[in-house]
Write a new protein. Structure first.
Length: 229
């Protein structure tokens, strides 16, 4: 982690304030003055500010109930972002692990642990993501086999990986994906001549959206939830 980011996380100061402290020679790394904000800090390094040892910043892990009309981005000129809903210091620096479309609701994971976020989204880890889908037209029974076999999406050379489709009613289904292509659920149904009119993510791996959360609310993940990824 960069020294300026390390200090910002440990103190709550802005990056601008941290740089001022660096230039004022108030920071020591392993006992030596350090002015370079880009210096990489390792776990074994000792960082002191004005003589006080800085505790290593602990990463934060959140689940958030994304409402409709909010974008999964760090910044957007038009729409509110999921990070704008997080009332924590330096929330704008956190990673969104598993993004959703603007009109899709449900579980989003947010963290400042980049490696953990990558495990959530990497196809190599095959983390299943569960969606509740409502379609405009009835879903034919043979769609179950088509999802399981993989569906060729428009303008993509390879079909989707096998997905699990469970029919709940004529126009409702639960879908489990093990990859995350662009607008994948909507495009899979479109390839079958249907249209998704609502989409809600219920879970990622074994992390299930908390029933006690309302749209726009969030909570910290438990240790078991963090370690499940």
């Amino acid at each position: 982690m960069r020294l300026d980011k390390y200090l910002a996380k440990a103190t709550g100061f802005s990056r601008k304030e941290v740089k001022r402290l660096l230039h004022a020679d108030e920071v020591r790394v392993n006992g030596e003055p350090e002015r370079n904000p880009a210096r990489h800090i390792q776990d074994s390094d000792s960082v002191r500010l004005d003589g006080l040892e800085m505790d290593k910043p602990e990463p934060r892990y959140l689940m958030l109930y994304k409402p409709e009309g909010v974008v999964c981005a760090n910044d957007d000129p038009t729409y509110p972002t999921v990070l704008s809903l997080v009332e924590l210091p330096r929330a704008e620096e956190m990673h969104i692990a598993g993004r959703l479309d603007i009109d899709t609701t449900g579980l989003v994971l947010i963290t400042d642990d980049g490696k953990w976020a990558h495990k959530v989204t990497s196809p190599r880890h095959k983390t299943g993501k569960v969606y509740l889908v409502t379609t405009a037209d009835p879903i034919p029974a043979d769609a179950v086999d088509k999802f399981a076999s993989g569906i060729k999406l428009n303008s993509e050379p390879f079909p989707t990986k096998p997905a699990e489709l469970t029919l709940l009613s004529d126009t409702e289904a639960r879908v489990v994906l093990h990859e995350g292509r662009y607008h994948q659920v909507k495009r899979m149904f479109a390839a079958l001549g249907n249209r998704v009119i609502s989409l809600h993510r219920e879970s990622i791996g074994t992390i299930v959206l908390d029933d006690n959360l309302f749209p726009g609310e969030y909570r910290a993940l438990t240790d078991d939830e963090i370690n499940s990824i």
